[in-house]
Design a protein around this ligand. Sequence first.
Ligand code: ZN
Length: 86
Amino acid sequence: MKRCSATHCRAPVAKGQLFCGAHWAQVPERTRRAIHGAWRARDTQAYAEAFDAARNAIDLADGTFEDVMAPPPSRWIVPQHLGAAR
Ligand SMILES: [Zn+2]
């Protein structure tokens, strides 16, 4: 069984889902779109960045960020070129 990717969450998730419903709801809209766009574009680099941004957003919302070094906020901004051909 696959589990939610949030740092301290053990909730089971369906195949193809990254986070449980509660945590996905905490991911900013633009980050969700970035994940989907990178997935469709088969852009693994952008996908990894968007995934990190999503998990960081969840960890901040959860207040469980204490043992993780937060990247500077500028790193969280999703690249505008995401989804474009490389
Ligand atoms: Zn979760």
